[in-house]
Design a protein around this ligand. Structure first.
Ligand code: ADP
Ligand code: MG
Length: 338
């Protein structure tokens, strides 16, 4: 089998070029003022920021706090690859009668995810860990494992362990069935942006980016809207469209062009369709969801869900959640909700 691997290293090489911090008269999104820019790695992704601090504050200290917050959130709560994180401990409790006593925040995150699962008929589903592990696209991208397409019976067995409707939360305890693995990979960056609110008080305006999720903080001195470029899924070195974004918004993009591997001419990416157990194909290459800040988890979840469901699902979800959704189809057409 011929396997072409999109090098994970490329992301890190690109990231390393940005792994420097600086201050000066910079241009943020079309205006010039004293700005700080920095980038670092956390949550298995690039965290980058470009902002103006409130007077008298050291922007580097603010940025370091932001990155530190991200690392702690990942290590203590969200990562299922850190043994002692809350998600790992929940996964370890699978099948137990005692369940797992949730922290207030984690109960909030998981409950919100389950609510979005309901609203998307189970398309967005944080219980797909067993299927995600079976494909192990991330492992193959990192060249830790050799990629192979799982057999039908393996997929079926893994799917049997999944299903958001099997998760029970009662009296702040969570109960998941044996074999189930929670995976919050789709919403981690959005949760991080939601949790940054207290530190954001130190910033006048700017942008904070975590992988495919961006927080547009404050507004330009001119009062104009932020402008965000949506990557061209067919040539990721350039952007395909620029969209205007209101002050204090979050923008999340999901696509099939960032984390995938190609085998025998077929692209296998990291977003799973629960109905088939295969990487999803809803006719879209990229989905961008824009919402008011504080909704990073929701916008992240919706970008994943709409990517799977296709363009027909977008308007209803946009209306329900007060979001704006911009899609790029696999044919390169651009579709926007009202
Ligand atoms: P990114 O990780 O690049 O932000 P997404 O936000 O679209 O991309 O999330 C993809 C990740 O979400 C996968 O790596 C996996 O951990 C998880 N995932 C895959 N399929 C689903 C799904 N149907 N519902 C919820 N999470 C999913
Ligand atoms: Mg996401």
């Amino acid at each position: 089998m011929k396997v072409k691997i999109k090098k994970y290293m490329a992301i890190f090489t690109a990231a390393c070029l940005f792994l420097m911090t600086g201050c000066g008269n910079g241009t943020i999104n079309g205006y010039v003022e004293e700005t700080f820019s920095g980038a670092d790695l956390a949550m298995d992704t690039v965290i980058s920021a470009s902002f103006t601090s409130k007077e008298g504050l050291d922007p580097k200290e603010t940025f370091d706090k932001i990155v530190d917050n991200c690392k702690k959130l990942d290590e203590n709560v969200l990562s299922r690859y850190v043994e002692d994180s809350e998600i790992s401990r929940i996964n370890l409790s699978a099948g137990s009668k005692e369940g797992y006593a949730l922290s207030e925040k984690t109960e909030e995150y998981i409950s919100k995810c389950l609510e979005i699962s309901k609203a998307t008929d189970g398309t967005f589903d944080i219980t797909l860990g067993a299927v995600i592990d079976l494909w192990d696209i991330e492992g193959a991208i990192k060249e830790d494992t050799e990629f192979r397409v799982p057999a039908d019976d393996e997929i079926k067995a893994a799917l049997d362990k999944c299903g958001y409707e099997k998760v029970k939360i009662n009296d702040h305890k969570i109960y998941i069935p044996e074999g189930m693995i929670l995976d919050l990979g789709a919403v981690g960056k959005g949760i991080f942006l939601d949790e940054i609110t207290p530190i954001k008080q130190e910033i006048s305006r700017g942008t904070l980016t975590a992988g495919g999720s961006v927080y547009c903080m404050g507004q330009k001195p001119t009062g104009e809207a932020w402008v965000i470029g949506i990557k061209n899924p067919f040539d990721t070195s350039e952007s395909m469209i620029n969209v205007s974004v209101s002050p204090d918004s979050v923008v999340s993009t999901s696509g099939d062009y960032e984390r995938y591997i190609e085998s025998d001419g077929i692209r296998y990416h990291h977003i799973i369709d629960r109905n088939t157990g295969y990487p999803a194909g809803g006719g879209l290459s990229s989905v961008t969801v824009i919402m008011p800040c504080g909704n990073g988890l929701v916008s992240d979840a919706l970008s994943t869900a709409v990517f799977i469901l296709g363009e027909g699902s977008a308007q209803e979800l946009a209306d329900k959640y007060g979001a704006q959704i911009i899609m790029i189809t696999t044919d390169g057409d651009i579709i926007k909700t009202n």
